[in-house]
Write a protein that binds this ligand. Sequence first.
Ligand SMILES: [Cu+2]
Length: 224
Amino acid sequence: MNKLNQVGLGRRQFVKGIAAAGALLPLASFAPFAWASDVQGNGNPVRENTLSGSTFDIEIAPLPVNFTGSPRTATTVNGLLPGPVLKLKEGDAVTIRVTNRLEEMCTIHWHGIILDPEMDGVPGISFPGIAPGETFVHRFTVVQHGTYWYHAHTLAEQTGVYGALVIEPRDANDVVKVDRDYPVVLSDWTDENPVDVYLNLKKMAGYYNYRNLTVSDEWPITDS
Ligand SMILES: [Cu+2]
């Protein structure tokens, strides 16, 4: 797992590290990967991987990757895949500036977070999305605590735009006493075009469910 600790050494080495992790455990056309730790071998925290405070600068950008032997383009948040852990505090007024460096529209949706619809990051509801090269400033007051996630509300989600969102309670009595908190994000990678994945799942929800039947396969639900 040492290779995974290269996460702090820069984009290229980081991606080599996760590609190596994928190569260790090949699984059909999907390659599992993760950055497993936000601590380098020397014990120093890696700065890119956890961001905390009340002001955040988030950049969505393409990154060439090669998880399976075929070059592909991932979409990353601040150069990381999964994106950095964002640590917020309940009661804080936060500002999250999201800049889109992709060639198509993108957004980040704050999943499960209570906020004004204008700040929700869902294109087509409250705003048209973030155009290439533009920055959208999300401002909201955090009124809850817990562990959540954020993700692109476009197909860039499939190629890497997601990460953990951890909100510390305002009330110290609500803080669970632990030595260290480790959010875990489980995800996988496919070389397939996200549009094809989306269309396949639209056609048949169990399209990628290679081994197991689901309840609806056993008892098909009809509209009649
Ligand atoms: Cu969501």
